[in-house]
Design a protein. Structure first.
Length: 470
């Protein structure tokens, strides 16, 4: 066992997860993903153990186990586990089958977002922990992104909780409205563009499972602080994981959070488990952060946020594509204005606007059409954009904005990887569509109560069709 002992010794005091790998292999058969998820050991470490086991490892397809004849010799590597009462409560809870059903049927993540799905056990564990830790019945809780459906679990555990979900993925918002009976408020936003004004300073708790980069964690944390009613009295709850093989990555993220004025009230190791993310052991910690007075002072400063997508003048898009885009925008002698991708603010009405949406993960096109007023828009998008996928998709988008723009779709233009959507202003425009940055209560008398303080650009797509009467 010299090879195995060398692998274990290289992990020092952090060897216990690898002992759990050996326990799993000794007592049953598992595939690689299960070994990573159940042990929380990084994939590379698990693979090193498997390689060290050599001929003592039985393989049946993708299932692995230590040969029964030699299993007893591995008893010395047994890893005792801390008995967490919450684990038992989750495993036997009556809600777990329902949550597993929700998770199984949620739309798959947008490819551009690189999201990894939390396990049903994790989703329920979050809800039970939140309910035990905080008085949810008197708390306003905001989820910055919720593809994991933690809001549904919290609602099931504490039906009187006031819950709001902000997400970029329109399908997730529609799914939550469908499964939550609209008892969970849903709002659309891309945090790179901005936090909707209606959500600023309105919450006691903010929960998020952000992108695990210093930039992603910093952006989501900053928006979370901005959303807290009284930052130093609220709490920001963040899932974050990194491989113990690369502690410098964890240090970068923690510095990013500390720079924002956050103090770590607690870090709960391995609290979150995932289907995937094997590089970090399919697990992430839960950071319980309390903002300081410094965070309160910083929350209104936009300079601390990343700027997101590039403008039409930015490097990264080929000049020839941009020149063609400008040519389309200015056809007929219109004066050109190039703008960055940003529908969060109301700019002046322009003659012609060219905008590079080639990095659009899906929702930007509609939001840009709603949030930009011009005689003509020329928008560069991926040729495979979901709103251009087929005639039905194109007609659906055109129908949503027909009170403001008439759309033309130039597929495979300027090249076969891109398309240009041309929007020309119609003669008699709908006031609701041209005032997309005004509170809906100030624009229309016939607005559902939960939408009155939102702007049109903040309303989930599936509810826009209702609001605009289509």
């Amino acid at each position: 066992m010299n090879a195995l002992d060398d692998v274990l010794a290289a992990h020092g005091v952090g060897v216990r997860p690898l002992y759990r790998v050996l326990d799993l292999l000794r007592t049953g058969d598992h595939d690689l993903g299960e070994l990573v998820r159940l042990s929380t050991a990084p994939r590379r470490s698990v693979e090193a153990v498997l390689a060290a086991l050599g001929d003592d490892l039985d393989r049946s397809g993708d299932r692995l186990r230590i040969s029964p004849g030699v299993a007893a010799s591995y008893l010395q590597y047994h890893a005792p586990r801390f008995a967490d009462p919450l684990d038992e409560a989750v495993a036997t809870h009556e809600l777990l089958p329902k949550i597993a059903e929700w998770v199984a049927e949620v739309p798959s993540p947008l490819a551009a977002l690189d999201h990894v799905q939390a396990t049903p056990e994790t989703v329920l564990r979050r809800a039970l922990w939140l309910d035990a830790q905080y008085d949810l019945a008197s708390t306003r809780l905001l989820f910055l992104g919720d593809h994991d459906l933690t809001s549904l679990a919290v609602r099931a555990v504490c039906p009187s909780a006031s819950l709001t979900v902000l997400d970029l993925d329109e399908r997730v918002l529609a799914y939550l409205d469908d499964r939550g009976g609209r008892e969970i408020r849903t709002v659309h936003a891309d945090l790179r563009v901005g936090l909707p004004p209606a959500l600023s300073g309105g919450f006691d708790l903010v929960f998020s499972d952000p992108p695990y980069t210093p930039e992603g964690m910093g952006l989501f944390a900053a928006r979370g602080v901005q959303a807290l009613r009284e930052p130093s009295e609220g709490r920001l709850l963040l899932a974050y994981g990194y491989s113990p093989r690369h502690p410098a990555l964890g240090a970068q993220v923690q510095r990013s959070l500390a720079t924002l004025g956050l103090t770590f009230e607690a870090i709960l190791p391995g609290f979150n488990r995932y289907f995937g993310a094997q590089a970090i052991g399919s697990a992430a910690d839960l950071y319980v952060c309390q903002p300081t007075a410094k965070a309160k002072k910083m929350r209104s400063g936009k300079a601390i946020y990343t700027h997101g997508p590039q403008s039409v003048e930015a490097a990264g898009t080929k000049p020839a594509l941009l020149e063609k885009l400008k040519e389309i925008a200015t056809a007929g002698g219109l004066a050109l204005e190039s703008r960055p991708v940003d529908w969060s603010i109301s700019g002046p009405e322009s003659d012609a606007v060219a905008m590079d949406l080639s990095a659009d993960p899906g929702p930007w096109l509609l939001r840009t059409l709603l949030g930009t007023n011009a005689r003509r828009l020329a928008l560069l998008v991926p040729n495979a954009h979901p709103d251009l996928a087929d005639q039905a998709s194109q007609e659906a988008l055109a129908s949503l904005v027909r009170g403001k723009y008439a759309l033309r779709y130039l597929r495979s233009t300027p090249d076969n990887r891109h398309a240009v959507v041309v929007a020309d202003a119609v003669e008699h425009q709908d006031e609701v569509l041209t005032r997309a940055h005004a509170r809906l209560a100030n624009v229309s008398l016939d607005v559902p109560e939960d939408l009155t303080d939102l702007r049109l650009v903040d309303v989930p797509r599936h509810r826009l069709t209702e609001l605009l009467g289509f």
